[in-house]
Design a protein around this ligand. Sequence first.
Ligand SMILES: [Zn+2]
Length: 256
Amino acid sequence: MSVETLALLAAALFGLAIGSFLNVVIYRLPLGQSLVSPPSRCRHCGYSLRWFDNVPVLSWLFLRGRCRNCGAPVSWQYPLVEFITGALFVLVVWLTPIGPLLVTRLLLVCILIVLFGIDLEHQILPNSITLPGIAIGVLLSLIAPPGIKDAAIGAVLGAGILYGIAAAYYLWRREEGMGMGDVKMLAMVGAFLGWKAVLVTLVLSSFAGAFIGVILMTAQKGNMKFALPFGTFLAIGAFIAMLAGDPLIAWYTGFF
Ligand SMILES: [Zn+2]
């Protein structure tokens, strides 16, 4: 087995294990519960999961999505988050040279998965993630791309654009169309990835949001009032911008 294959295998296993922890964060953080104790339990009967009940993806498949003790269903979201984390870790390790940038990217992937899940389920983007995220992104830019200047501009631009849109929408409709959570989240993306990635993220997530929105509206036969969690789309856009931002910009500016 080559070194590259071993590295990707290690990335998959590491990602699966981290994904298991991200499940805990997605479930407990919005409820204000501790992330470290108590150990994972069945929500139905309180059975404490043993290590062999907690093997990412495999335990869920082996137990056919049910609690070993009481047979209550266990959400498919758990193995899905574990699988996605493992898969994205493999993709990032594959496309990133070993160094500080790899740490930055893996950390951002974890944050994006958590924000994706929490926004989808609760329509909130917790300050306890986005605000430290801005600080961590700026600090990491001291040792990794995009560099401190680009990161600082990115954070300001990310916050500024969405704050401007939110303010304009409020003046127009007299109601909140976009939460401040989105503003802080895009500032965080800018701090991690720089100002160009902010623009790519915004374009990609707007397209994704419009695309899914049209599908949902068609399915619901024209019910326009349907709040889509924009942070969920920002997470998808930021992930693509992180790995493919530069080629996308080169491709787009090639038209002019
Ligand atoms: Zn149970």
